[in-house]
Design a protein around this ligand. Structure first.
Ligand code: FAD
Ligand code: PYC
Length: 417
């Protein structure tokens, strides 16, 4: 910890009501031109900026965010981190990310509260059990820690689960990834922002990108609410709006955007010290350090860009959650919100060059991109710096929808896409 953030400075700022608290990053006016402009100031965009500066020594970089940092899905998700994906390509990418999570607080000198409390994925019928055991075997072949638990072991690991779940969702077993867990989502955005800023990256909020200047098939500049900004390279990182921005740049992506919602309860004493997910009932539960239950629901089944979800989805999720955890029945829900997730037909992301030279795309992470934040930024920075993918994201090229080499992760992607 530097002197600027020492215990004395914390005390001084507490006593002065934080009035002199130094800003964690600058807020410069945009320059006329940059080597790289990143569109979108969520975790992925900020991590990309950080790794461009740190790993590739490219520091003449701007991150343009239309609202505030982390105000998109980064600050709206339920913070589950794991790497237990089915296919080799995904396991390699998400496991790379998980390894970066394990050192992130030290790397950024910012406590992102990464807590490896273990993630359970429940099986409610024989089919679930077979699917999950296949995934456990595949994970182990890829050196991803993964265990198959029977019902008794599930109860030992998470005693408040009712295995009968009212007969509707009996628990027959589960997978467990012990290295999985949760993190504080906005701290991830702030940590990457502060570290990128310290390496010279300009972070510019309230700066929407409204168009692209393209000449002879090559990107020249972005048009923004603060005027045109020239750029040698432009990198899209606009979860929820990837297809909208791609269309502005003149190409189409097989992405559709849907609302996904979450809610938190009133805070209570610690009752659940792991993460429980169930694909069948589209619900996932953990408890935050403040004591709130963090509960995620399924997606709405229609395209929508409003950052909210519909009531029937919440009702269905809470009904099932109360059957799995009868002790939650009398708890009050305090807040509900939604995000817009952009999903690909194979429930895998796109991290790729595009038909426009110098323009790159990172999106389509759907309901599961928080866990990939460091890995995504790391491989995307490589792709931008070298103008070719890193081996870890080669398979996630947008051309897979032409070649047919899809990476079907519907089973591991958690919430139905
Ligand atoms: P964002 O944080 O959305 O950043 C994109 C940014 O681009 C936004 O800040 C937006 O304002 C900005 N932007 C958009 N258009 C423009 C423009 N024209 N100009 C400038 N800026 C623009 N994933 C998990 O791994 N685990 C989970 O538990 C999990 N739970 C989730 C629960 C919910 C309710 C939701 C909504 C998502 C969840 N996810 C989860 C998915 C995860 O949140 C996302 O995949 C991930 O945060 C995407 O990160 P990002 O940085 O790409 O996107
Ligand atoms: O990808 O693990 C996940 C997830 C959980 C809830 C939403 N996404």
């Amino acid at each position: 910890m530097t002197a600027r953030y020492s215990i004395f400075s914390l005390l001084r700022n507490a006593l002065s009501y934080h009035e002199n608290w130094p800003a964690a990053w600058r807020s410069p006016e945009p320059k006329a031109s940059y080597d790289v402009v990143i569109v979108g100031g969520g975790g992925h965009g900020l991590a990309t900026a950080y790794y461009l500066a740190k790993e590739h020594k490219i520091t003449n970089v701007a991150v343009l965010e239309r609202g505030w940092l982390g105000g998109g899905n980064t600050g709206r998700n339920t913070t589950i981190v794991r790497s237990n994906y089915l296919w080799d390509e995904s396991a390699a990418l998400y496991e790379h990310a998980l390894k970066l999570w394990e050192t992130m607080s030290q790397e950024l000198n910012y406590n992102v509260m990464f807590s490896q409390r273990g993630v359970l994925n429940l099986a409610h019928n024989q089919h679930d059990l077979r699917e999950l055991s296949r995934r456990v075997n595949a994970n182990r072949l890829n050196d991803v820690d993964s265990e198959l638990l029977d019902a008794r072991q599930v109860k030992e690991f998470c005693p408040i689960i009712d295995l009968r779940a009212n007969g509707r969702y009996p628990v027959l077993g589960a997978t467990l990834q012990r290295r999985g867990g949760t993190a504080r989502h906005d701290a991830v955005a702030w940590g990457y922002a502060r570290a990128a800023d310290a390496l010279g990256v300009d972070i510019i909020q309230e700066c929407p990108v409204t168009g692209f200047r393209i000449s002879n098939g090559r990107i020249q500049a972005v048009e923004t609410g603060k005027g045109a900004i020239e750029a040698k390279k432009v990198a899209l990182c606009v979860a929820g709006h990837t297809s909208v921005l791609a269309e502005l740049a003149g190409f189409r992506l097989p992405i559709h955007s849907v609302p996904l919602q979450a809610l938190v309860s009133e805070p209570v004493k610690p009752v659940i010290d792991c993460v429980v997910m169930s694909n069948a009932i589209h619900a996932y539960v953990s408890q935050s350090d403040k004591g709130e239950l963090v509960i995620g629901a399924g997606t709405d089944k229609f395209i929508g860009y409003g950052q909210r979800g519909s009531l029937p989805v919440t009702e269905e999720t809470l009904g099932a959650v109360c059957e799995l955890f009868p002790m939650f029945r009398r708890m009050r829900m305090m807040r509900q919100w939604g995000g817009t997730v952009d999903t690909c037909p194979d429930a895998s992301p796109i991290v790729s060059k595009t038909p426009v030279e110098g323009l790159y795309v990172n999106g389509g992470w759907g309901t599961g991109g928080f866990k990939s934040t460091p890995g995504s930024g790391w491989v995307y920075a490589h792709t931008i710096a070298e103008d070719r993918p890193h081996p870890l994201n080669e398979a996630f090229d947008m051309n897979r929808f032409v070649t047919g080499y899809l990476i079907d992760e519907h089973g591991a992607a958690a919430v139905a896409h």
